[in-house]
Ligand binder design. Structure first.
Ligand code: FES
Length: 107
């Protein structure tokens, strides 16, 4: 079962065993990870699930989609090269463990 490690902007770490098929956003919300809101439920209309993916993990992820790319330009915290919307990152055994850092603000 893949593990998602969430590091808050303050440096607090939560490690959660994720269910395959769930998104990184759903995993966070279901487990009460502070700092990921997921207001739209994962339909790419809120950008409140913004995360910074660990540089070592970024290359393993599917590429940023066109709509995700547009939404990332409107995040509360400035976009970075490793920014992703966590509702678009689906947990799978092939992808394996992931580490994401949360921005200071989502809204
Ligand atoms: S949860 Fe709304 S864009 Fe990801």
């Amino acid at each position: 079962m893949p593990t998602i490690r969430y590091t808050s902007a303050d440096g607090d770490v939560r490690e959660i065993s994720a269910t395959t098929g769930d998104s990184v956003m759903q995993t966070a919300v279901r487990n009460g990870v502070a700092g990921i809101v997921g207001e739209c439920g994962g339909v790419l209309s809120c950008a409140t699930c913004h995360v910074f993916v660990d540089a070592g993990d970024a290359d393993r992820l599917p590429p940023v989609g066109e709509l995700e790319d547009e939404m990332l330009d409107g995040t509360a915290d400035d976009r970075r090269p490793t920014s992703r919307l966590s509702c678009q990152l689906v947990v799978s055994d092939e992808l394996g463990d992931l580490h994401v850092t949360l921005p200071e603000a989502q809204e």
